[in-house]
Design a protein around this ligand. Structure first.
Ligand code: GCO
Ligand code: MG
Length: 399
């Protein structure tokens, strides 16, 4: 079964997505997601100009060989742009394999080890009460695990505090401000408030978004211990893997990390030294299903569970790939799940189904998703950036 064409579709049904269709001479085609928030067109150009010519004439069955060839054959390998494009191709080839075998992806991955995948939703707010109210709404809709973020007093904009805070249509990035002291003072008080308001039955978690230094992260982790978080996410920048030891030395809080990693080697020290408890790579940025499965297997040997990145800025195709893996992996932990803008369903058919705090996928062959190219054409790309962050003195900080 030879690849005859790869089409790249850039569309904005409420969010920018870079999607692909790989077509074969048998008439079977596969779909993939190559969305990299804020740098979409770089991946689209890479797919169209550099990768499509390399794929024509290839045997669509040879996923691992294609992965190795595209990853190593660039010489300038790795990084988010190259590995997001690689992920799109990888997903589409798995989709083709599933359609050819007439089996859903979870079946090709070894079959279901569970019936549904536990997921968490996002609660946000301008005040503690707002965040608690949002969490209550999610709990009423069946969520058993909720991520909680809040506006930090005295700062301008805070990651995760706004509802559906997708930065769309901005000409230039929105600049937030951030300071460690008010953040470190606020977050333990938030969780004290939430536990009193919501009780102990619901699981809570928090995303630091790589903003702290090691000793700040250790302090936060220790001060959050009484509230028994499901995990504390991305406390440090991905460059500083050895610094996770500092957090471990001071706290028993479960740690999650990984949405900024782009391959298994970056994850390795955190895994082999058991410095984290959950790996949360993004399937669309880590080279797809092939690489994520290998990372999960490495984790299995070190008591680490999966918590794949599931933000609104990747398409339902990646969300579907996440859940197929979640259903098959023995060391699945939890799945992040986001509400997508309504028009997304006009462009991408299929994707996971939410019910009672858990996700499932259909038994359709492959990923179970389809792209309506005509509908995609009605939602053209809109330039958009992620926000950036500066300290009170004007210096650049991590968003
Ligand atoms: C998460 C992430 C996202 C990222 C976003 C960037 O935990 O879901 O931190 O919110 O900020 O994916 O594009
Ligand atoms: Mg995150």
């Amino acid at each position: 079964m030879k690849i005859t064409e790869m089409r790249t579709i850039v569309t904005c049904p409420g969010r920018n997505y870079v999607l692909i269709k790989i077509v074969t001479d048998s008439g079977i085609h596969g779909v993939g997601d190559g969305t990299l928030n804020g740098r979409e067109l770089a991946v689209a150009a890479l797919l169209e100009k550099h990768l499509a010519p390399l794929l024509i004439g290839r045997d669509a069955d040879r996923i691992e060989d294609t992965w190795q060839d595209l990853f190593r054959g660039t010489y300038w390998r790795g990084g988010p742009v190259l590995n997001t494009a690689l992920a799109a191709v990888d997903m589409a080839l798995w989709d083709i394999k599933g359609k050819r075998a007439q089996l859903p992806l979870y079946s090709l991955l070894g079959g279901k080890t569970r019936d549904s995948a536990l997921c968490y939703g996002h609660a946000s707010g301008d005040s503690f009460e707002d965040t608690a109210q949002h969490a209550r709404e999610l709990i009423d809709r069946g969520y058993r695990v909720v991520r909680c973020q809040t506006q930090i007093p005295g700062t301008h904009g805070t990651y995760g505090a706004g509802r559906g805070d997708a930065p769309r249509g901005e000409q230039l990035p929105f600049v937030e401000t951030w300071e460690p002291t008010p953040y470190l003072q606020t977050i333990p008080k938030l969780f004290d408030f939430l536990r009193r308001e919501l009780g102990d039955q619901v699981e809570l978690l928090h995303d630091v978004h790589e903003r702290l230094n090691p000793i700040q992260a250790a302090r936060l982790a220790r001060e959050l211990e009484p509230y028994h978080l499901f995990f504390l996410e991305d406390p440090l920048r991905p460059e500083h893997k050895e610094s996770f030891r500092v957090i471990r030395e001071h706290s028993t809080i479960p740690l999650a990390m990984g949405e900024l990693f782009t391959n298994k080697w970056e994850c390795l020290p955190l895994i082999t030294e058991q410095l984290i408890d959950f790996i949360r790579c993004d399937l669309a940025h880590v080279g797809g299903i092939t690489e994520a499965k290998k990372i999960a297997t490495l984790c299995e040997a070190f008591h680490i569970q999966t918590a794949w990145h599931g933000p609104p800025d990747v398409s339902p195709i990646t969300h579907a790939a996440n859940v197929h893996l979640d259903l098959a992996l023995p060391n699945f932990g939890i799945q992040e799940w986001s509400q997508l803008p309504d028009p997304v369903a006009d462009v991408i058919l299929g994707g996971p189904t939410y019910s009672d705090g858990c996700l499932t996928v259909s038994d359709e062959p492959g990923l179970g998703c389809e792209i309506d190219e005509a509908a995609a054409g009605a939602y053209p790309y809109q330039r958009a950036y992620l926000p950036t962050t500066r300290r009170a003195d004007g210096s650049v900080h991590d968003w």
